[in-house]
Design a protein around this ligand. Structure first.
Ligand code: ZN
Length: 389
């Protein structure tokens, strides 16, 4: 059986191309795959959880973004996240310009074959796993710092984010290099970005997590989610008015989101045949990754695969690691990362969320918004570009 490349994923136009293009627009001798114009400073507004389909659908609640979208072609507005469509994988691809198969943050929970444990990539790190050895490639920001110190250009990366993320495991693994400005209030973050943009050469990464939070809790399109979208849109519009000439502002998301109804949030661990010979479950409810017991025979693995196909084959792709890699789901995959990917992957194409109830916290079943699968609602994100005159 062969597996199709995920819908909506674009290998020519995705998050790995964003920082190199922004750097090129500020004068770095890097390629500029997104064809950004020359600029004096640049702000990347990263709205966690903002998918293109959700923004198009609720554009009436984002009048400023809608106006920018109308000035662009559909092809210009299209950007793609990576697979899995989840923050750890996507922001690592943004920071390193590498595919998940290369940087190794291949999901929300990821299996570490060296230690035989599953590590939560957004904070479940313990002292025995060092984020800096888990992800060893230099970030694009670090490369820019080195080039600046060598006199190649004057680009200074700056991160503006919630203070809690200054030293988070994800920041240490994949977003190292920029000077860090912490501001917990949403409006303050936009104000700090406008200040930082006054300095020519600044490449500002402005991170917003409020929309993703509202989406998980209440669902994309919920009243709370729409209020947050309206707030972000209006902060962005006001920020742009304060920017000096020739500042570039790009807006994108790390993944989209879908709503999963309570009856489609399923604890698969109740079904013995689905967890037989499985030593570890990882990934996330939209993209489950199963790691077999090393003693499991080929027949036993095949039987578990068939059991998943039997129960969930009409709602989810059920594929082996090999099939997923061959279909390009993780981009190019290094041998170091290969074993971190599940032996068996279950990714919903219908709006289902599959939990391992033995590991999942009870409140996680209350989560309304989900992402992680390679559907276009989850993988396609917006790309809006504005330059001040
Ligand atoms: Zn999320």
């Amino acid at each position: 059986m062969s597996v199709q490349t995920p819908a909506g994923y674009n290998s020519q136009r995705n998050l790995t191309h964003v920082i190199p293009s922004l750097a090129a627009s500020l004068g770095a001798p890097s390629h500029n795959p997104l064809d950004l114009p020359q600029a004096s400073s640049a702000i990347l507004l990263m709205v966690d959880g903002l998918g293109l389909e959700q923004l198009e659908h609720y554009a009436a609640h984002a009048p400023y973004f809608r106006r920018v979208m109308k000035q662009q072609t559909a092809a210009q507005t299209e950007m793609s996240s990576v697979y899995p469509s989840t923050t750890a994988a996507a922001l690592s691809s943004l920071g390193t310009a590498l595919s998940p198969g290369q940087h190794g943050l291949v999901g929300y929970d990821v299996y570490d074959p060296d230690r035989d444990v599953v590590i939560n990539q957004l904070g479940g790190w313990d002292e025995r796993t060092d984020p800096e050895t888990w992800q060893t490639a230099p970030t694009v920001f670090q490369q820019l710092n080195e080039q600046r110190q060598a006199g190649v250009h004057g680009i200074r990366p700056v991160t503006i984010s919630l203070s809690a993320f200054e030293d988070s495991a994800l920041t240490r693994a994949s977003l190292q290099g920029p000077s860090f400005v912490g501001a917990d209030d949403l409006g303050k973050r936009f104000a700090r970005a406008a200040q930082a943009a006054q300095q020519p050469g600044n490449l500002i990464y402005l991170y917003v997590n409020e929309l993703d939070k509202a989406g998980h809790q209440h669902g994309p399109g919920s009243t709370t989610w729409l209020e947050v979208l309206e707030e972000i849109d209006s902060h962005a519009r006001r920020m742009i008015r304060k920017l000096p000439a020739s500042t570039l502002v790009a807006v994108t998301g790390d993944h989209g989101m879908i709503e999963v109804k309570p009856e489609h949030r399923i604890d698969f661990s109740h079904h013995e045949e689905l967890i037989e010979h499985v030593a570890h479950t990882a990934g996330e409810p939209r993209m489950v990754q199963l790691h077999f017991d090393s003693a499991a025979t080929e027949e036993q693995r095949q039987a578990t695969l068939e059991a998943w196909g039997h129960r969930f084959g009409d709602q989810a792709w059920v594929v082996t690691r090999q099939q997923a890699i061959e279909a390009g789901w993780f981009g190019s995959v290094t041998s170091r990362v290969q074993q971190r990917i599940g032996d068996l992957l279950i990714a919903g194409f219908e709006p289902v969320a599959l939990y391992d109830g033995r590991r999942a916290a009870p409140h996680s079943f209350k989560m309304v918004g989900h992402h992680g699968a390679p559907t276009s609602a989850e993988v396609r994100v917006p790309w809006l570009v504005v330059q001040t005159p």
